[in-house]
Design a binder for this molecule. Structure first.
Ligand SMILES: Cc1ncc(COP(=O)(O)O)c(C=O)c1O
Length: 443
């Protein structure tokens, strides 16, 4: 294939169509990271940027942890790949067993994927196939929640509830519906931790049961804490109530723990934090500390056993990915679990959470701030939008924070924060001070 002899590929930004990015804005003013260690990124122009977002909610143990780096290097050299279908390798089994040991009792089987989006589509497919396997084949409807984010596969955007992620992609998956979201600033603005009001919003599932009939509904999927929509903390009692309604009607409950998993709430998983056990759980991101892409769906024994039927030489579930349980990802996952344990990072997040909450809520009264939300090491800072220019103010804040040496993330006009669990109190102060200063500068 001919390549232009004098082409300067290194400096050509045009070819890469960047995901979830304002491509033209970026390419006019690129923000390039070239290195990462612990709590910081290094930019192409040699600046240190404090990571207030753990990459994309995924580098929970901090960057470049030697244990994980070495495990990945060793595994690539030892065995680069093993076929995922009809063959196995020890690390995938070990990782599955260790993940299952971290789960509440009963949630003990693991299906590997490569991302949160794949985990979601896998969980939805398992839910449908399970209902059919137990003779409930009329249950084909999948229920999500308004403002939910479940990745970008067709299943995920169909049950997802973020308008921009759905609007231009046609009719999506047939037979989905959505319960109401839980955002209620009129009653809950500036609440520390879980909001008092809104457990009754779970009853919205009863509305859909009344509308569609329970016999048509396979599963409900929710993020225990909604992240990508801009940090919505579930009202006290909400998730328990959702669980009860699902139980009453034979509907499977799926927790999408892609961002809440692996210590984000100061516990292994949100299921532990809220003491509510789902039937299926999706994970990704922190599973490998984002070193190598990997996702996992946890399924209850009841669900797994329902498939273990028929002739023993038959494939039980016609689903899987070339890279399911990839050896390098499995090695990264094992080393990541070691890192969390040996460094006590889930406990550390729990200890830091009150200081983090103090920091977030110290921004009350700062210009443009109309709500502050927190849980574990998650923070949400909602700004009033500039009339007629939604997202502009938060994006301006994002750019200014970056110039000031702090990486934040924005969605709509909400700043969403989720630092690595190794963050120090001084670094929490730096994030909060920088945002406080920037809010005085933005239009
Ligand atoms: C709750 C949730 N589910 C699914 C996903 C999708 O994950 P991925 O981008 O790895 O496909 C995300 C990503 O942010 C998420 O927050």
């Amino acid at each position: 294939m001919p390549e232009a002899a004098n082409a300067n590929f290194a400096n050509n930004l045009e070819a890469f169509w960047m995901p979830f990015t304002a491509n033209r804005q970026f390419k006019a003013n690129p923000r390039m990271f070239v290195g990462a260690k612990d709590m910081h990124y290094t930019t192409a122009d040699g600046r240190q940027i404090l990571d207030g977002t753990a990459g994309l909610w995924c580098v929970n143990a901090g960057h470049g942890r030697p244990r994980i780096v070495k495990a990945v290097q060793d595994q690539v050299a030892e065995m680069d790949y093993a076929p995922a279908f009809q063959m196995g390798h020890p690390k995938a089994f070990e990782l599955a067993a260790r993940l299952s040991a971290l789960m509440p009792q009963g949630l003990d089987h693991v299906f590997f994927t490569n991302s949160g989006s794949e985990s979601v589509d896998t969980a939805l497919k398992i839910a449908l196939a399970y209902q059919r396997a137990i003779g409930q084949g009329t249950r084909t409807r999948l229920i999500g929640r308004e403002r939910g984010y479940h990745g970008v596969g067709f299943g995920g955007i169909s049950v997802g509830g973020i308008v921009k992620n759905r609007a231009v992609f046609g009719p999506l998956l047939a037979g989905t519906d959505h319960i109401r979201h839980t955002h209620d600033p009129a009653r809950n603005a500036f609440t520390r931790d879980e909001p008092e009001h809104g457990a009754e919003l779970a009853d919205d599932l009863e509305r859909l049961v009344a509308l569609h009939d329970a016999s048509t509904i396979a599963a409900v999927i929710v993020e225990p804490v909604a992240g990508s929509t801009g940090v919505l903390i579930p009202p006290k009692g909400y998730l328990k109530r959702l669980r009860e309604i699902c139980d009453r009607h034979g509907i499977l409950l799926i927790f999408d723990e892609v961002i809440t998993g692996f210590g984000r709430l100061g516990r292994g998983f949100a299921t532990e934090y809220f003491d509510v056990v789902p039937d299926l759980m999706t994970t990704a991101k922190g599973l490998t500390n984002a070193t190598v892409p990997m996702g996992a769906v946890m399924a209850s024994k009841t669900i797994y056993d329902a498939f273990m039927d028929g002739p023993e030489n038959m494939i039980e579930l016609f689903h899987g990915y070339t890279y399911s349980g990839h050896p390098v990802a499995a090695a990264a996952g094992l080393a990541t679990l070691d890192e969390y344990k040996e460094e006590g990072l889930f406990e550390r997040a729990d200890e830091l959470a009150p200081y983090w909450a103090d920091g977030i809520h110290s921004l009350k009264g700062a210009p443009h701030v109309i709500d502050l939300r927190n849980l574990g090491l998650i923070g949400g800072i909602e700004l009033e939008s500039i009339p007629g220019k939604p997202t502009a103010r938060a994006f301006d804040a994002f750019l200014r924070c970056y110039d000031a040496g702090v990486l934040i993330r924005t969605t709509g006009d909400i700043i969403a924060l989720s630092p690595p669990l190794i963050i120090s109190k001084g670094q929490i102060d730096q994030i909060i001070d920088t945002i406080g200063t920037v809010l005085k500068e933005v239009a």
